[in-house]
Design a protein around this ligand. Sequence first.
Ligand code: ATP
Length: 316
Amino acid sequence: MIDVSHLSKSYGPIEALRDVSFSIAAGEIVGLLGPNGAGKTTIIKILTGYLQPDAGTVLVNGLDVLEHTREVQAQIGYLPETAPLYPELSVQAYLKMMADLRQIPVEQQPHLLSEAIYATGLQDHLTRPIGQLSKGYRQRVGLAQAILHRPRLLILDEPTVGLDPTQIVETRNLIRRLAEHSTVLFSTHILSEVEALCDRVIILINGQVKADARLSELEATSDAILVLDQRVPEVPETLKHLPQVQGVGVFKSHDGFPAYRVLGRTAKDRPPVANDLCPAIYNLAREHNWPVRELRRDVRTLETVFNELATAEVAQ
Ligand code: ATP
């Protein structure tokens, strides 16, 4: 649905994006994660046709954003970092104005407006001036205008920034519901947001994509945990013969069974997506008839991955 290839963008001497490429398939919910100043807003503005890149292309449903800006914008629901809401307008008047600006035919407006209003839970606030709403409700108004024309693609720039914890949970639930019918790309600098909402994450640091993977892949390590029903003395030595294995630690699983942490060779210099030792261990276990109770990849938190990538960047 989105194909970004080799995007670069500088603001004077500041290189905001450097050769950024990624694709997003229909139906995905993808988090664009990066610290302040990583280039998230710059990417989003380019994707939505509000900023021109210095180099590279963006295709949305096969259409080049630069050449078909209006057509692409008509297919996207966009929530900017600071949505341009009009504080003196009521929620209803503002959404009606947005429907007119989007050139939604008048006969379709009542249905589409009420759909967006109910989806965002604004039905009890329609007559209130936007300026009197809480930040959470203003964010809902921003989301309501973004989904008014039933876009198949939603692009949300830091959708929960500045919200209190309750509003954050509500907004995430709302995004999750919207994602049932649309492809969603949202930016955030909050790790837990990515963990709560998406399957896939693109990590952007200093204008470059440092990782692009499913969360489960990213959180997996090159290490594996093997638990047996009973102790088999030769297991550690046999495992060490695998070329990918650096070492084997022995411990007891939480329910008292003999367990082994098998350390992958790449453990020290981890690539963003680690190798999986389990197939090789599984084959060995079958060959030697080990009484396998459990075999799984060891995991690390997204926070650890992010810190490793950010530290590597600083050290370069
Ligand atoms: P944040 O999480 O703080 O919103 P971001 O990841 O969205 O950050 P961008 O806003 O895309 O990052 O900014 C990327 C870099 O480009 C930053 O160094 C920023 O200072 C710079 N930048 C962004 N917009 C401009 C501009 N209009 N003029 C000059 N520099 C800019």
